[in-house]
Design a protein around this ligand. Structure first.
Ligand code: DAH
Length: 342
């Protein structure tokens, strides 16, 4: 009997090694573990085995049954893996070098607008810098002249992290690092994603994009600020754009302004875009506060500069006639398709 068990085991091992399909594994399982299989027969007939050997034979037959079950299981897994590999190497293989039949994607309007602005600014000698999305409280607030308990902190409802850092509320958060990195003179723009805890509506989102810019040199004045902004916006709207400054309060600039443009769509006659108001508020800006320069390691007695924080999401919305800020982050292809993006 023991010999028979051994022989059976060898036989199964041999057959198992030759098997190539799940169906064959199942057939083998039935052949060796099914009701009429030899292993089951042995177990059924244990009572006929000589009593002194019965226990041993029983144990061997049982362990053979368990071994076969394990082998079947392993073989099934092994074949599944092989079939999967074969599938991805043959029928599901994707040749990524093949051209698509037609282009189904496009850049996001914000990306397009950002790249366009970067091109214009770099042609005027600005470098493009990166900012972090997670920032220290110091960079986001203190280094731009907004100390703890300053009421201006209330203007930006901030997402705080447990470690005391913040999701940056403004691209201004990179000003300090960039000044420390380059010193004066300096001409840089730094686009980025900003976050605020806003109640959402068509013009408020918790995630939006800005593009900050700074120019620092000897004798930089408001005239330079107006010149750069006018040149930039005329390039963006592909026509001569009229700008005006109104006083605006931001702790990091003195004086601070709101820069408006005369509606480029109706030339100020009144339309949906300017809400019949002739002017569109587009870009807060100002002359960099001496404290901010000092904290950035730049001597305010020698250097001056301007800074601005262009609403990139807003600009993209204007350019592509999008009237709800929320669709910008919605990842909804139907919305993107309607955005007239090429
Ligand atoms: N950081 C300001 C905001 O998000 C925008 C801003 C205003 C940036 C004036 C500037 C500036 O650089 O000079 O509300």
């Amino acid at each position: 009997m023991e010999e028979k068990i051994l022989k059976l085991k060898e036989e199964i091992l041999k057959k198992m090694s030759e098997i190539k399909s799940q169906v064959d594994v199942e057939n083998l399982r039935v052949e060796y573990l099914g009701k009429k299989s030899e292993v089951v027969e042995i177990l059924k007939n244990l009572k006929n085995v000589e009593e002194s050997k019965r226990k041993e034979v029983g144990e061997k037959a049982n362990s053979l049954r368990q071994e076969i079950e394990k082998m079947v299981e392993n073989k099934k897994e092994e074949l599944k893996e092989l079939e999967y590999v074969a599938r991805i190497e043959n029928s599901e293989k994707i040749d990524i070098s093949l051209p698509t039949e037609k282009s189904i994607g496009s850049l996001h309007p914000i990306t397009i607008t950002e790249r366009e602005l970067e091109d214009i600014f770099t042609s005027m000698g600005f470098t493009v810098e990166d900012g972090n999305e997670v920032e220290t409280e110091y960079n986001n607030f203190e280094a731009v002249n907004v100390p703890k308990y300053h009421p201006a902190r209330d203007m930006q409802d901030t997402f705080w992290l447990e470690n005391g850092q913040v999701l940056k509320t403004q691209t201004s958060a990179a000003q300090n690092k960039i000044m420390l990195k380059y010193g004066a003179p300096l001409k840089a723009i730094f686009p980025g994603r900003c976050f605020r805890n806003e109640a959402l509506d068509a013009s408020h989102e918790n995630t939006f994009f800005q593009m900050e810019g700074m120019m620092i040199d000897k004798d930089v004045s408001i005239a330079n600020l107006i010149y750069f902004m006018k040149t930039l916006l005329s390039e963006v709207f592909k026509k001569d754009v009229e700008v005006r400054l109104r006083p605006g309060y931001f702790p990091f600039v003195e004086p601070g302004f709101e820069l408006d443009i005369k509606c480029p769509y109706c030339d100020g006659e009144g339309c949906k875009v300017c809400k019949h108001g002739t002017w569109i508020e587009l870009c807060p800006c100002g002359m960099i506060h001496p404290n901010v320069l000092k904290m950035g390691g730049i001597d305010p007695d020698k250097y001056s500069g301007f800074a601005f924080g262009l609403g990139l999401s807003r600009l993209a919305m204007m350019k592509y006639s999008i009237n709800d800020l929320r669709v910008m982050n919605s990842c909804d292809v139907r919305a993107l398709k309607q955005m007239n993006v090429k």
